[in-house]
Design a protein around this ligand. Structure first.
Ligand code: ADP
Length: 502
């Protein structure tokens, strides 16, 4: 169990003021896997340094697993599933424990916020929001165990058929580093449906997963029901290949998602894929310009562009194009890029030096392909993986910066001449994750919502989410839905039971 005794007192870790509890969690030794309800080091003794993206400094270590650790976690999950310690609990009791976990997460979201800010460089105030998002998902799914009803389809008088909704077994969940505390978007529906879970967080952002798995034990989720194994893609691919895992949920890059889906096919595992995006934000001449500029810029600067739904292609009608670009530059002029813990920072660091180099290469590519770099902000601090916000104007939709996911604070503004062209450009992308539309013409808004090839369309808003609303992509952005009632379909299966009446 976690020692919560330190209350509100704080400690300095790598120059940042963090909750005592977060500091103790890191300094207690190598941050472990959680397998079968126990804190475990790696069987082969492997560990990985924890590096702070805001400073480049090492501040601790986490267990670095192998296929052997993964296998131990799958066995623990399988045993917990088979003996029914969770799925056979009374549904009202499952609900009570999931609510307790949501309570605990809300009570300790300052700790998880500190952990996500330290290992993933998530802006400290945004990190608490991510933990709250996870708590909201738990709260939403906590209501479901008593409501997982099946059906009795009509088949005539000779038989009665119960179509039962059952858990699937052991769920494998693989998560990326850009919102590490958001694990319950996938883990909560899996648990609510009665499954056991093996979670592999991203190797760069492991801390909050271990902490949250320990909170789950404290809330009464039985040992072995929610396991965490740390490691890189080797552990991820072992999870995908493992015959004891029945179903997968993957959030990450397109390349890894494609390879993962192919590998999963070998053992007939269905996969939920939440991949990247190159989402368009359409701004029509009748839009409220101030609202549109604020939303279109915020979505790209948010989490330094490291968000799947970032609206990185801004499509603006030519009649307001110059004014829009000027305004986008003006509102971005004074943004502060800096340490995730500095309250003045509006953009934090990128996750790794490699990610920074990748983003920089896209910026160079944008210039060499002929886009006009209208703005590059400044970075006043050193040591971390900092990229200033960049605005490109005169971007064509066939330029690489408009086609590939950059995952950094790079905005590309593309002109269009009429509504049909706007939809054609918006849909001319490998991706189909999300889209935004800014217009005060309700008929146009409705036409746009129907025309856009995306899993989510926001009209006069952007990146609003709620655990009750399902989320997912089209095309290379993946398949399957997370959140809301539709996600439960992904974590359950149907069984038809026929009984004879004669
Ligand atoms: P990114 O480029 O965002 O790091 P990835 O898609 O490579 O994206 O990583 C997302 C998650 O997938 C991480 O937890 C990572 O360790 C894991 N991963 C990487 N390669 C594989 C793989 N071959 N099989 C399964 N998981 C993998």
């Amino acid at each position: 169990m976690i020692d919560h005794s330190s209350g509100d007192s704080t400690t300095i870790v790598d120059g940042a003021t963090v909750a005592d509890e977060a500091a103790r969690f890191i300094s207690a030794g190598v941050v472990p896997h959680v397998i079968g309800g126990e804190r475990r080091e790696s069987i082969a003794g492997g560990q990985r340094e924890l590096v702070n993206p805001s400073t480049g400094n090492t501040f601790g270590a986490v267990a670095d697993g192998t296929a052997e650790d993964l296998d131990a976690a799958v066995q623990a999950a399988r045993q917990a599933y088979d003996d029914g310690r969770w799925r056979h609990l009374a549904p009202r009791e499952q609900e009570a424990r999931l609510h307790r976990l949501a309570d605990l997460l809300e009570q300790h979201k300052e700790v998880t916020g500190d952990l996500d800010a330290l290992d993933a460089g998530i802006l400290r105030r945004y990190a608490s929001y991510i933990s709250q998002y996870s708590a909201n998902a738990l709260r939403y799914y906590a209501g479901w165990p008593t409501k997982m009803v099946g059906q009795i389809p009509p088949v005539g008088p000779d038989y009665v058929v119960q179509e039962r909704v059952e858990p699937i077994g052991v769920m494998g969940v693989i998560k990326p580093w850009n919102g590490p505390g958001a694990i319950f978007a996938q883990v909560a529906p899996a648990l609510a449906a009665g499954n056991s879970v093996v979670l592999k967080p991203a190797e760069h952002s492991p801390l909050s997963a271990t902490y949250m798995a320990l909170l789950a034990l404290e809330a009464g989720i039985p040992p072995g029901v929610f396991n965490v194994v740390h490691g890189d893609g080797v552990v991820g691919s072992a999870l995908v290949a493992h015959r004891g895992v029945n179903r997968l949920s993957f959030t990450g890059s397109v390349g890894t998602g494609r390879a993962l889906a192919a590998a999963a096919a070998q053992t007939f595992k269905k996969v939920n894929l939440e991949l990247g995006g190159k989402s368009p934000v359409l701004v029509f001449p009748d839009a409220d310009l101030e609202t549109a500029v604020a939303a279109a810029t915020t979505t790209v600067w948010n989490n330094s562009g490291q968000v799947c739904t970032a609206g990185t292609r801004t499509l603006v009608h030519r009649s307001i194009y110059d004014e829009f670009v000027d305004e986008a530059v003006r509102v971005s002029q004074d943004l502060t890029v800096g340490n995730a813990f500095d309250p003045a920072s509006q953009l934090g660091p990128l996750i790794t030096p490699a990610q920074l180099a990748k983003v920089r290469s896209y910026v160079e590519l944008g210039k060499s392909e002929g886009a006009t770099m209208r703005f590059e902000g400044s970075v006043s601090c050193s040591g971390g993986n900092y990229q200033a916000p960049v605005i490109f104007a005169d971007v064509r939709n066939d330029m690489t910066i408009a086609r590939e996911e950059i995952f950094g604070p790079v905005m590309s503004i593309i002109p269009f001449d009429d509504e049909a062209e706007a939809y054609r450009l918006a849909n001319d992308s490998e991706f189909g994750l999300a889209a935004g539309v800014f217009t005060t013409d309700i008929a146009r808004a409705n036409r746009a919502a129907a025309a856009l090839d995306a899993g989510t369309v926001w009209l006069n808003c952007y990146q609003v989410t709620d655990a009750a609303v399902s989320y997912g992509g089209a095309k290379a952005s993946g398949y399957g839905r997370s959140l809301g009632a539709p996600a439960l379909e992904e974590y359950t299966r149907r069984k038809a039971v026929w009984s004879r009446n004669y």
